[in-house]
Design a protein around this ligand. Structure first.
Ligand code: ZN
Length: 418
């Protein structure tokens, strides 16, 4: 099987080049139908029944930027067990600092360059060719394979994997295993991710002339009071809370809070505004652990705010939730993790570390909406290169990832012949 994958190297690289050339930049979500069709056409060639799933009813699915996903199912196999490979084909904006064409798919020194090569078009190409290698070898799988290419992972995945899970395409009623081909490094298997609580605090003041600030109430000073108090109370506590999940890098095994943004007062933009700020808004990003409950995490923030309001009649605030993602983790003893880990070991030679991701990705939708309990992330590509200028994927990683996926598919579904 491994030599069979090697024989497909040129075809696989060519397909990845074609994928990279489609600038599926998100935001705003460019060229999604074109990319879905590019993947769909290849799946059709390889014997899949292909469906295009537009995220009808989602506000981000517009005439200008349609949200179109593609799902393919190998039609001539037993329905269960079913292994679903998923990869997102949206890429983050190019950004500055590139020395090569971000959509050129340049191959040099054993690497393919381009925005989205690592994150994560290499993963999509690898899973499609892994299964194709099995078919070309004449090996009969004893279960079904599906492949999906989805949109919007970089912006939450609501029109992508969440939509597929809500509409029964990825569901415990029919799906046994899901491998998300995100780049967590080709020699590691990722079990899940931490939780996110994103919230906004707005403090209200009273406007007055800046020369007589004692006549007003500064919303910025009130925000400063909140941030100081929150850091004083949460800082020591979060620094001690450590998860049992094997999050990489280890610094991310602790709960944390980041101040994503803060804006207060009148929009100055270089112009003087001699006023006491009557409004200040800040957005916070609290990362929480599987050992914490989201209710506790929310209550902790509300507690700090209420206490400040209790001590100071001029402390007025609004708290709103922007996004909540619950942590997820697949059992390391599950069939999926065992099969993937043994496949990686047989290809790479070393036992792969089982890790968890500090940030979230579409696994939350598979497990929380689709209720599929065996889901992991595994794919070629180096995690740190995601979203960077001159992003690339090493071709040996692409091939190793493809081989490991082929072995894992055969072990999970059972295989004969060839
Ligand atoms: Zn990604």
């Amino acid at each position: 099987m491994l030599t069979r994958v090697d024989g497909l190297a040129e075809e696989l690289l060519d397909f990845l080049k074609g994928l990279t050339a489609i600038p599926t930049v998100n935001p705003p979500g460019e060229c999604y139908p074109e990319c879905a069709e590019f993947i769909g056409a290849r799946l059709k060639d390889f014997g899949y029944e292909v469906q295009y799933v537009a995220a009808k009813g989602r506000p981000e699915h517009t005439a200008q930027h349609p949200r179109v996903n593609v799902v393919g199912a190998l039609s001539d196999l037993p329905a269960r067990p079913l292994l679903h490979f998923n990869g997102h084909f949206d890429v983050v904006p190019v950004g500055a600092g590139w020395t090569v064409d971000p959509f050129g798919g340049l191959v040099r020194d054993g690497k393919i360059y381009g925005r989205g090569t690592t994150d994560q078009k290499a993963g999509i190409a690898a899973s499609i060719y892994a299964v194709e290698a099995i078919r070309r070898a004449g090996v009969q799988l004893h279960g079904c394979v599906e492949q999906s290419g989805t949109v919007d992972e970089e912006s939450g995945g609501f029109a992508g994997v969440a939509y597929l899970a809500e509409h029964g395409f990825i569901s415990r009623e029919r799906t046994d295993y899901v491998i998300i081909t995100e780049p967590l490094n080709v020699d590691r298997v990722c079990l899940g991710h931490r939780g996110v609580y994103w919230f906004e605090v707005v403090t209200h003041g009273r406007i007055a002339h800046g020369s007589m600030p004692f006549l007003g109430v500064s919303a910025i000073s009130k925000m400063a009071g909140f941030i100081t108090e929150m850091e004083r109370r949460l800082g020591p506590k979060l620094g001690k809370l450590q998860t049992k999940m094997p999050v990489e890098p280890p610094g991310a095994r602790y709960a944390s809070v980041n101040i994503n943004s803060i804006t207060g007062g009148q929009p100055g933009a270089g112009i003087q505004t001699p006023c006491v700020a009557d409004r200040c808004a800040a957005i916070f990003d609290r990362r929480f652990l599987i050992e914490e409950s989201v209710e506790e995490v929310r209550a902790e923030i509300r507690g700090v705010l209420d206490e400040l309001a209790g001590q100071d009649s001029e402390f007025r605030y609004d708290l709103s939730d922007l996004m909540t993602v619950l942590p997820v983790s697949t059992d390391p003893a599950s069939a999926l993790v065992k099969a993937m880990a043994s496949a990686v070991r047989d290809v790479i030679g070393d036992e792969p570390p089982l890790i968890a991701s500090p940030g979230t990705y579409d696994q939350k939708h598979v497990m929380r909406l689709g209720l599929v309990d065996q889901c992991i992330a595994y794919g070629p590509g180096i995690l740190q290169l995601s979203h960077q200028p001159d992003e690339y994927c090493r071709i040996d990683h692409l091939m190793d990832g493809c081989k490991a996926m082929a072995l894992a598919a055969m072990r999970l579904l059972g295989a004969s012949g060839g």
